[in-house]
Design a protein around this ligand. Structure first.
Ligand SMILES: [Cu+2]
Length: 337
C-alpha cells in the first residue's frame, strides 16, 4: 500500500526538501530583509529547530503508513437471530493513545475510539445490546440521524432510564433511512462522547441508482476536546492517509462528534458534496474546504486526478499546526501514478 510512496516524493510535494536545501545554503529561498540569523524567536525555538520538528513529524507520518489496520474501521461483526442483525456493544473505561506515549483516560465501545463502524442496509432489522462496564457513570446510546421509534432514541429520562454500571439495555428497530449516520452517548455527553463514546452508523440504500461508484469508501470521524484534536481517534502524525491510484474516485464520509466546527480542506483536488446528514443533495456542489459542525455528516466524492501526496487537514490552523509541526487534524490524500 505504501510501496509507491518514497520519502523524496513526499518531501517534494510538501516542500520540505526546499526547506532542507535552504538550510544547507544551496536553495533558492532567500532572506527578504532584516536579520535572518539563528536568534531564538518568541516561544524559545530557533528556525532550524522548528524545521527539524516539522520534518520529523512528516517523516513519522510517512513511516507509519499502513501500520494502523483499524484506522479505517472495518464493519462491525454481528450475529443473526432469525432475520435480526444482532450487535453487542460494551462500554468500558480504557487508556487510549491518540499517538504513542500520549495516553488519555477514555471511554470506549468495544475497546476502541471511535467504536466499531456499524454498517447495515436500509430495511434491516437490528438489535443492539449495550452493556455498561463503566465503573462510575451510567450511559445511553443515541442513534444520531436514524429514524427510530421514540423509545429507542437513547435519551435518559426522556425515552429510557439510563444504563447504570453493570446493566445492559437492548435497542431494537428497523433501519428506515439510509445514509451516513452516527451513534454516541446521550448522557453526560459533552464528556462521554468526546472521551470516546462515538462511532459511525452507515446505512446503504436499497436503491443504488444515486450512489456513486467508487474505488474507496472512507469514514472520517472528527473529534476534539477531551482527547485532543483527532481524526478517527488519532492525532497527526499517527493518522493514516487515504491511498488511491490515479484516476480513482473515492468517497469520504465526514462526521463531526466534537464540540467545535472543523473546516476540512483537501489540497490538490476539489471535493464534490453529494449528501448532507445522509440526504442526497438535489444538486451536488464543488468545494475545496468543507465546514463540518458538531453533529453534521457530509458525504463527498473526490476524483483523484492529480498525482502526489496532498495535505488534507482542518483549516482552523490551531487544530492542525504549531511551532512543533503539524499535529491533530491532519492527514493526506496519496494519489499514486
Ligand atoms: Cu478543526
Amino acid at each position: 500500500m505504501s510501496g509507491k510512496i518514497n520519502r523524496r516524493d513526499f518531501l517534494k510535494v510538501v516542500g520540505v526538501s526546499a526547506i532542507g536545501a535552504a538550510a544547507a545554503g544551496t536553495g533558492h529561498i532567500r532572506a527578504m530583509d532584516g536579520d535572518h540569523g539563528t536568534s531564538t524567536q518568541e516561544g524559545g525555538m530557533d528556525w532550524q529547530t522548528m524545521n527539524e520538528h516539522h520534518q520529523m513529524g512528516i517523516q513519522t507520518f510517512l513511516d507509519n503508513i499502513g501500520k494502523d489496520p483499524i484506522f479505517w474501521r472495518p464493519p462491525m461483526e454481528y450475529t443473526m437471530d432469525g432475520d435480526v442483525k444482532v450487535f453487542d456493544l460494551v462500554v468500558s473505561q480504557i487508556d487510549w493513545e491518540t499517538e504513542p506515549g500520549k495516553v488519555f483516560p477514555a471511554f470506549a465501545y468495544n475497546g476502541i475510539v471511535p467504536g466499531p463502524e456499524i454498517r447495515v442496509t436500509e430495511g434491516d432489522r437490528v438489535r443492539i445490546n449495550v452493556t455498561n462496564e463503566l465503573p462510575d457513570q451510567s450511559t445511553a446510546v443515541h442513534w444520531h440521524g436514524l429514524i427510530v421509534p421514540n423509545n429507542m432514541d437513547g435519551v435518559p429520562f426522556i425515552t429510557q432510564p439510563p444504563i447504570d454500571p453493570g446493566m445492559t439495555f437492548t435497542y431494537e428497530f428497523t433501519v428506515r433511512n439510509f445514509g451516513s449516520h452516527m451513534y454516541h452517548s446521550h448522557h453526560n455527553s459533552a464528556e462521554q462522547t468526546t472521551r470516546g463514546l462515538l462511532g459511525a452508523f452507515v446505512v446503504d440504500p436499497l436503491d443504488k441508482s444515486r450512489e456513486p461508484e467508487v474505488d474507496g469508501d472512507y469514514t472520517l470521524i472528527l473529534n476534539d476536546s477531551a482527547l485532543g484534536f483527532t481524526l478517527n481517534g488519532k492525532s497527526f502524525p499517527y493518522t493514516q492517509p487515504i491511498v488511491a491510484n490515479l484516476g480513482d474516485r473515492i468517497r469520504i464520509r465526514y462526521m463531526n462528534e466534537g464540540l467545535m466546527i472543523h473546516p476540512m480542506h483537501l489540497h490538490g483536488m476539489p471535493q464534490m458534496v453529494i449528501a448532507k446528514d445522509g440526504f442526497y443533495l438535489p444538486v451536488p456542489y464543488m468545494c475545496d474546504t468543507l465546514n463540518i459542525a458538531p453533529g453534521e455528516r457530509y458525504d463527498v466524492v473526490v476524483d483523484c486526478t492529480e498525482p502526489g501526496v496532498w495535505a488534507f487537514h482542518c483549516h482552523i490552523l490551531s487544530h492542525a499546526e504549531s511551532r512543533d509541526g503539524m499535529f491533530g487534524m491532519v492527514t493526506a490524500l496519496v494519489v499514486n501514478e
